[in-house]
Write a protein that binds this ligand. Structure first.
Ligand SMILES: Nc1ncnc2c1ncn2[C@@H]1O[C@H](COP(=O)(O)OP(=O)(O)OP(=O)(O)O)[C@@H](O)[C@H]1O
Ligand code: SF4
Ligand SMILES: [Mg+2]
Length: 338
């Protein structure tokens, strides 16, 4: 049975950016997301990874129909979100929730935890009985590891990790089918990061949630992702099953990101620690011709500067946008033993 919940087809988001002086302002087009396509199944976690500014949050906002795409479609349960009228889109939004990066900033400091978590319920069901709201709020608080007797406290009375649990409880209160987590652990200490990732993993299994988990570090998503999409300058460079990706990535940029993950014990330095990745990501206002990664790719050939590589499916079902994917062997060497 096909249990695909989300289908994204050739999605592009352009921003108009004003450049130049006061007298002669010029409008330029910034291609924040450029031709991204993927599917998501029920109960699947797709991680989206890439450097700062590659378009991850813009993609998240476009998936939730918070911004209109310049091109392409976002199909939720077969329906194009951008073709729905306001009321139908509002109903669909019940299924689609988001968890933000900075937990404390995302919570209204003047509201109690109860009101923060209950707010989406009041918005969607204005006539809902108070007793039902209380029951649901206490239920989701327990689900995310918060004590229901803390319901009348304010966000500043909680740690950053607990605030993120409140954010997750709020996202779950409407029983959504898809939760987009936009760097949900980036602002947290490493020890807390693992707790939140494990929590999300458990909740996903229990509730059969689909997750889009955004991060800029390959190590963060390793334990939660079923598949990983690697983004660069608004484009998908690779979409691969987690185990394939970490053993033998198909794209030179994925390989560089994996090799850039620090090894905690210096005695276990990677045999292939030199990532070959130099320089910064170019400006999305002036993307390079051909393969957008060609200026930083150690495997670049003439064709890469001329032709944009299409995202194409390989024999094993993974996807890659690289002209040389078949001939390159990017197997990740295991770390040296001391
Ligand atoms: N509203 C906007 N107007 C103009 N440009 C924007 C807007 N929002 C984002 N951008 C630009 O679009 C590009 C992608 O931004 P986005 O926030 O999606 O990246 P990101 O991958 O989430 O980065 P980070 O890891 O830093 O969160 C960036 O160049 C950013 O400056
Ligand atoms: S298409 Fe060329 S430049 Fe781009 S990643 Fe592949 S080898 Fe490198
Ligand atoms: Mg972002």
């Amino acid at each position: 049975m096909n249990d695909r919940v989300l289908r994204v087809q050739d999605l592009a988001v352009d921003f108009k950016v004003r450049e130049g002086g006061l007298l002669r302002p010029a409008t330029q087009i910034l291609k924040a997301v450029n031709g991204v396509s993927f599917d998501l199944q029920a109960g699947e976690t797709l991680a989206v990874v890439g450097e700062s500014g590659c378009g991850k949050s813009t993609l998240a906002r476009a998936l939730l129909a918070l911004i209109k795409p310049s091109r392409g479609r976002v199909l939720w349960m077969g329906e194009d979100l951008n073709k729905l009228d306001v009321e139908d889109l509002r109903k669909k939004r019940q299924d689609l929730q988001i968890v933000f990066q900075d937990p404390l900033a995302a919570l209204n400091p003047r509201m109690t935890v109860r009101d923060i978590i209950a707010e989406p319920l009041w918005t969607f069901f204005p006539k809902i009985a108070r007793v039902q709201v209380d029951e649901r709020v206490r239920g989701v608080m327990k689900m995310v590891g918060l004590l229901p007797n803390q319901v009348n406290r304010y966000p500043h009375e909680f740690s950053a990790g607990q605030c993120q649990r409140i954010g997750i409880a709020r996202a779950l209160v409407l029983n959504p089918k898809l939760v987009i987590c936009d760097e949900p652990v980036s602002a947290l200490d490493v020890s807390i990061q693992a707790q939140i990732i494990n929590l999300l993993k458990d909740l996903q299994k229990k509730l059969n949630l689909s997750l889009v988990f955004i991060a800029h570090d390959m190590s963060v998503v390793r334990h939660i992702a079923d598949r990983v999409m690697v983004m660069y300058l608004g484009r998908a460079m690779e979409i691969s099953c987690r185990d394939n990706l970490y053993k033998k990535p198909l794209h030179p940029y994925s390989s560089a990101l994996i090799k850039a993950v620090p090894v905690p014990d210096p005695r276990l330095a990677r045999a292939d620690a030199d990532t070959g990745l130099t320089g910064d990501m170019p400006s999305p206002l002036d993307p390079p011709d051909g393969c957008v990664f060609h200026g930083r790719c150690p495997y670049v050939v003439k064709r890469c500067q001329l032709e944009v590589p299409a995202l194409r499916r390989m024999e094993n079902g993974d996807w890659v946008a690289c002209h040389r994917a078949e001939e390159l062997d990017l197997t990740i060497a295991s770390v040296n033993k001391p």
